[in-house]
Design a protein. Structure first.
Length: 119
């Protein structure tokens, strides 16, 4: 599975962005899908995840501001980000679970999209 992330950019604090991740094949059978981010000098961290049943999980730092969703008919995963803050600045990566492998480390990774939030 190849993943193509898009939607990043530069936004002022308080603004919004919507990230999209396009998968190269049908994703409805994939259980875990998620968005991760990595800021300079920091480890990659989970931002949000969603299962095939629609169960979501969010990092405490983004709860109430970010929303993850998936459209299996379009092979897409989205991350709606509202009330963005400078600390949200990072490269954002999408990841989908790979059959037979642990998730997320064994999953497929997209190329990343830069999100920069100015104060």
């Amino acid at each position: 599975v190849q993943l193509q992330a898009s939607g990043g950019g530069l936004v002022q604090a308080g603004g919004s962005l919507r990230l999209s991740c396009a998968a190269s094949r049908i994703i409805f059978s994939i259980n875990n899908m998620g968005w991760f981010r990595q800021a300079p000098g920091k480890q990659r961290e989970l931002v949000a995840s969603i299962t095939s049943f629609g169960v979501t999980n969010y990092a405490d730092s983004v709860k109430g501001r970010f929303t993850i969703s998936r459209d299996n008919t379009k092979n897409m995963v989205y991350l709606q980000m509202n009330s963005l803050q400078p600390e949200d600045t990072a490269v954002y990566y999408c990841n989908v679970e790979r059959s037979g492998r642990s998730w997320p480390n064994g999953g497929y990774w997209g190329q990343g999209t830069q999100v920069t939030v100015s104060s």
